[in-house]
Design a protein around this ligand. Structure first.
Ligand code: F6P
Length: 370
């Protein structure tokens, strides 16, 4: 039974991921079925907090017409941002300094003024932590888990991950022949932040010879020994998958940029570093390839599209059933609800007893520690 909802809003936050448009479409269609009006907030919460940026309105009415034909498209029609946290909103003060200011009251005020009864927040850890705070402050909120990194707890998977792994696998498939032709080491760096899901799944699916992930600090000498061994056995090339958050034993994350007001640290560079070390240790030519944002682009796979559609419909259903402060999640094969407080601020790393990890070891892939 509807918890007296007539108008809802949806926001997409954090890095984009294939499937966001499918969620938006599903939410709008499921809301319309119930006679609810749906509104979309532009670029996370910026549509509310920085209205001057949006001359045609930072919050837009979403009807069936607006979401027609978008389900298979990458990106998000609402836009997104990964540095617009309303709880710590980077604000330039009169003296020119930049300080983090809690602007959550402005969100509540705006939604009240617009008679919006509930909010659906689609995003990763950062966005769901915001969703949890807004819920604790009294807003009716449901979260939808999104990230190519698959590092959110309490859900079997997030949409975007399958698309990222599928595309990365296709890329690595293509690298085998050029690596073999030149008898080179190719180090392929993939996103994933502090979790190794993308690297691990891609590495196994694409027959990599070594995979390094943040969960297992690597010893470059162990990887070099595996490469020398392959050479002795007549296999003169090697493919190494490197998660951007991987670290050498006793070493640090490779960074493109440190954290600053409103911005989290940007990882990147481990692929180059490892290629350089492996070239030095083996005497073989090594190259690195960074797949980076390519993994966030393109159409969602059917699996991600379906997950996104299911999550969007389930989020509306949850609100209709009177829930708040929850995230819809995939508890394979079903979608269920979990409390946002069990998700906010928690990262899902690859568990050491993961059978996927064990598969890698069983089929002889070097994980940097063996
Ligand atoms: O969380 C998604 C993600 O793509 C990470 O894998 C990556 O570290 C980060 O976002 C990159 O963000 P940006 O869009 O700021 O480059």
């Amino acid at each position: 039974m509807s918890a007296s909802i007539k108008r809802i809003a949806i926001s997409t936050g954090g890095g984009d991921a294939p499937g966001l448009n499918a969620v938006i479409r599903s939410v709008v269609l499921a809301a319309e079925q119930r006679g609810w009006a749906c509104f979309g907030i532009r670029e996370g919460f910026n549509g509310i907090l920085l209205p001057e940026r949006y001359p045609h309105n930072g919050v837009v009415r979403l009807t069936i017409d607006q979401v027609r034909g978008i389900g298979h498209l990458g990106g998000t029609i609402l836009g997104t941002t990964n540095h617009g946290n309303p709880l710590k909103f980077a604000t330039t003060m009169p003296d020119g300094s930049v300080q983090e200011v809690d602007r959550s009251a402005d969100i509540h005020h705006y939604l009240k003024q617009m008679d919006i009864d509930a909010l659906i927040c689609v995003g990763g850890d950062g966005t769901l932590t915001i969703a949890h705070a807004l819920h604790q402050q009294g807003l009716r909120v449901v979260g939808v888990p999104k990230t190519i990194d698959n590092d959110l707890d309490k859900t079997f998977t997030t949409f975007g991950f399958d698309t990222a792994v599928s595309f990365a696998t296709e890329c690595v498939d293509r690298l085998h022949s050029t690596a073999e032709s030149h008898q080179r080491i190719m180090v392929v760096e993939v996103m994933g932040r502090y979790a190794g899901w993308i690297a691990l799944h891609t590495g196994i699916a694409a027959n990599a010879h070594a995979i390094v992930i943040p969960e297992i600090p690597y010893d470059a000498e162990k990887i070099a020994a595996m490469i020398r061994n392959r050479d002795i056995n007549g296999r003169h090339y090697s493919i190494v998958l490197a998660a951007e958050g991987a670290t050498p034993l006793g070493g640090q994350h490779a960074l493109q940029a440190s954290a600053s007001s409103g911005y989290v640290e940007r990882l990147g560079g481990i692929g180059d570093q490892l290629a350089h070390d492996l070239q030095r240790l083996t005497g073989k030519e090594a190259r690195s390839v960074v797949l980076g944002h390519l993994l966030r682009g393109g159409s969602p796979t059917a699996f991600d599209r379906l997950s996104a559609m299911r999550f969007g419909a389930a989020a509306v259903r949850a609100l209709d059933e009177g829930h708040s402060g929850i995230m819809v999640a995939l508890a394979f094969p079903n979608v269920n609800y979990v409390a946002l407080e069990e998700v906010a601020g928690r990262m899902k790393a690859v568990p050491m007893d993961s059978d996927t990890l064990q598969t890698g070891r069983d089929i002889g892939i070097c994980l940097g520690d063996n």
